[in-house]
Design a protein around this ligand. Structure first.
Ligand code: NI
Length: 437
């Protein structure tokens, strides 16, 4: 960083009358970036509304990807399409040498029927688990795509003065691949090599968040979003008449003991002074009528953790408790744990380095985020290169605390926040590349 600054100063001094050339070679100033972002705003809103009106489900973002590629081409970029099914990646090579930074957006909508009254509300449908369902950008991924497109446009306009390379990553299926399809989204994009060639040195992403005031950016160093694993427990019983329970083994009673046993994992077995954790049973299915003790019971749930060691420990405790309680009842139970997205962890050094950038983008409106027990697959990019993921508030201050959350059919985005998101992405990229603080 110091070297580059010295070099720039030297150029300015020795160039003398040719100072404009040196100025042209200096990285774009924050004010120049902001002017270009303002100029991009009409398109930003147009893109966002188009995408909002035409959402597609995970791994089905065919038209979205076409639209993204079309816009990128109109900026003069040469996007690669069809990565990990519908992913789109474009590489912008700045005229000056420097590192490689990646900016990421997710493109998928959700199987939610929109109930808002915005004029560009979605009436789209799609197929989900064998049913035709309404589809909505209920998590704001339409805004992520639009903001990254605007960032790509702005950065392309300053290409001649960019010290390094920017990779724009538009990924499918952040909400997860449809049942039966191979792991998708960020995991598959990383597998397809998007963090290589050129190798990415740092990666940034953002997510809109309801009930955070419009334009506020929240960040957190270290663990930010939880690892999310699911489990399925099958308790083996022995069927008998409900009036003669002693002749069988009641899997509902055993399952109930298991539900209570699982409650002790977090309350008695996790060091809550370090990081929290969650074990939730969300489904308990057994039996068909009042006087039949069934053959089996099925419990399905989720585990959320913020640390790999705690995660492994909880998985072991779930197995031990389930198997122990079943054995005490003279039966067995099977436990299947499916690992979901790992914990989303912001690189502490990179977070500290980029914090002044965020504070410049949103003066007085940068706050530390609480831990978020939701999950996010941005983490797979962060496992390849240091990364920072931040949240952007999209709720007018007067409505904070009352607005429908992400994933609600009534989820709305205050579009006034979007230019702040674009500025965050561009300033993060330029500051990282130029070593500016
Ligand atoms: Ni989301």
């Amino acid at each position: 960083m110091v070297t580059r600054l010295t070099l720039c100063l030297a150029l300015l001094v020795t160039a003398g009358a040719r100072a404009p050339i040196a100025a042209r070679q200096a990285p774009p100033t924050p004010a120049e970036i902001d002017r270009l972002v303002v100029a991009s705003e009409p398109q930003l809103i147009e893109w966002r509304r188009h995408l909002h009106q035409h959402p597609e489900l995970s791994n089905r973002e065919v038209e979205t990807a076409k639209y993204v590629a079309e816009q990128l081409r109109s900026f003069g970029l040469d996007p690669q399409t069809g990565i990990a099914r519908t992913g789109v990646v474009a590489v912008l090579k700045g005229a000056l040498p420097g590192p490689v930074v990646a900016l990421r957006a997710d493109m998928d909508g959700l199987p939610v029927r929109e109930e808002t009254d915005v004029p560009f509300a979605s009436t789209a449908t799609g197929e989900y688990q064998g049913n035709t369902v309404g589809v909505m950008h209920a998590c704001g991924h339409d805004t992520h795509v639009a903001m990254l497109l605007a960032a790509a446009k702005v950065l392309t306009q300053m290409k001649d003065r960019l010290p390094g390379t920017v990779k724009f990553i538009f990924q499918p299926a952040e909400e997860g691949a449809p049942a039966g399809e191979a792991p998708a989204g960020a995991f598959a994009m990383v597998g397809a090599g998007v963090m290589q060639n050129p190798k990415v040195d740092a990666v940034f992403g953002l997510h809109v968040f309801a009930n955070v005031p419009t334009g506020t950016i929240t960040y957190r160093s270290g663990p930010l979003m939880a690892a999310s694993d699911s489990f399925e427990i099958t308790v083996k019983g022995r069927q008998t008449h409900g009036a003669t329970p002693w002749r069988g083994i009641d899997p509902i009673v055993v399952g109930s003991q298991i539900v209570m046993g699982l409650q002790t994992i977090v309350s008695r077995g996790v060091d809550i002074t370090a990081l929290p954790a969650i074990v939730t049973v969300g489904q308990f299915q057994a039996g068909v009528r009042n006087n039949i003790i069934p053959d089996s019971a099925r419990l399905v749930g989720t585990i959320r953790t913020f640390d790999d060691a705690v995660q492994a420990d909880i998985h072991a405790k779930v197995r031990r408790i389930v198997e122990g309680i079943a054995a005490a009842a003279g039966t067995t139970a099977q436990v299947v744990i499916n690992k979901g997205y790992p914990v989303t962890k912001n690189d502490p050094a990179l977070t500290a380095r980029m914090l002044p950038t965020l504070e410049r983008v949103a003066p007085g409106a940068v706050k530390e985020s609480e831990l978020v027990t939701g999950a996010e697959d941005f983490t797979y990019f962060q496992r390849e290169a240091p990364g920072v993921f931040v949240f952007l508030g999209i709720t007018p201050p007067a409505q904070v605390g009352k607005a429908p959350q992400n994933h609600s059919p009534l989820f709305v985005v205050d579009e006034k926040a979007l230019p702040t998101g674009v500025r965050a992405l561009v300033h993060l990229a330029v500051d990282y590349l130029s070593g500016r603080r």
